[in-house]
Ligand binder design. Structure first.
Ligand code: PGA
Length: 268
């Protein structure tokens, strides 16, 4: 039986004081919920405050990215040991907003700025392995663009991302990861993927995991992400292959996030 997970991805929202207040509200609402693993992925500068505020509750702190090297001359980067030292337990890896290939930048951004968002299949793999080696649980994201979906290549694209993310991992390491299927066209758009289609792709992902992990793929959590909200969470969470959510917009308010956690708890 896989324990449901509800992970909030706060993206570039909430300064330290706002983050502390939101974490406090979430702890007050669902901080004793044992049936769900609850994660708050906050901006780096908020992680100390969020980890402190959630300490002693069932809520954990997570980061949104990580460098694959522990220390060195890498200006602006943050490493796994640094995240662990402030009480972080999880890290999102390979979110589509960080994968350069998607080209989802605002139209008025010159091309020179695109390279700032530089993740690709190789960096995702290196980051996930570094996180695992240092004691963080990576939440590895995958998903297709709308053009890829229309071209009928969803499964090929997602399969490729998952296989690349698992490169050189042991079965045990793969088993320690969480995966998140996030169709790019559903992120932040209000357009949720139909529950049975999200379930189908999550099942396909589990099949890919099973190619690498002899018998443990049934124990690996696969989340859905992309406009998950209180009014569509039940339909998604009842799906047998969907073990939880990676949530942006609806995670920025304590009451709506608590609603999602409660919905996940019902399926535990
Ligand atoms: P959304 O974001 O819930 O706002 O669509 C999900 C995500 O980006 O992880």
């Amino acid at each position: 039986m896989r324990k449901p997970m509800m992970a909030g991805n706060w993206k570039m929202y909430k300064n330290r004081d706002e983050a502390r207040a939101l974490a406090q509200e979430i702890v007050a609402l669902v901080g004793a919920e044992e049936a769900v693993d609850i994660v708050l992925c906050a901006p780096f500068v908020d992680l100390c405050a969020v980890a402190k505020m959630t300490d002693g509750s069932k809520v954990s702190a997570g980061a949104q990215d990580v460098m694959w090297i522990d220390e060195g001359a890498y200006t602006g980067e943050v490493s796994t040991p640094m995240l662990v030292a402030v009480g972080c337990k999880y890290v999102i890896v390979g979110h589509s907003e960080r994968r350069g290939r998607f080209g989802v930048w605002p139209k008025d951004w010159p091309e020179e700025l695109h390279a700032v968002f530089m993740d690709n299949d190789v960096s995702v793999n290196w980051k996930a392995r570094a996180a695992l080696a240092g004691g963080l649980t990576p939440i590895i994201c995958c998903g297709e663009t709308i053009d890829e979906r229309h071209a009928g290549t969803t499964d090929t694209i997602v399969r490729g991302q998952i296989l690349a993310a698992m490169a050189e991992m042991t079965e045990e390491q793969i088993g320690a990861c969480v995966f998140a299927y996030e169709p790019v066209w559903a992120i932040g758009t209000g357009e949720v993927c139909e529950a049975d289609e999200a379930n189908r792709v999550c099942g396909m992902i589990r099949g890919v995991l099973a190619e690498r992990v002899c018998c443990g793929a049934q124990n690996i959590r696969i989340l859905y992400g992309g406009s998950m909200k209180p009014d569509n969470v039940d339909g998604l969470m009842v799906q047998p292959e969907i073990d939880g959510g990676l949530v942006g917009g609806a995670a920025l308010k304590a009451d709506s996030f608590a609603c999602l956690v409660t919905a996940a708890a019902k399926t535990a």
